[in-house]
Design a protein around this ligand. Sequence first.
Ligand code: FES
Length: 65
Amino acid sequence: MYICVCNALTENCVRSALSESGPDVVGVFGKHGTKPKCGKCLSHLRDFMHRINQDQTTAEAGKTA
Ligand code: FES
């Protein structure tokens, strides 16, 4: 599923960028050699990144429990 239509960034693109560049919106675009254009995706991108971070935190907490 596309997160950013202007730059053809999919959920998988975002996941791979996060694993390499950390939780940073600019880093996600930069990893793919792009930058925001219309900006309509930014709130959805931030929400998606937040969900990924929550999932990782929950998974890590489950490992230590
Ligand atoms: S949809 Fe991402 S910049 Fe336009």
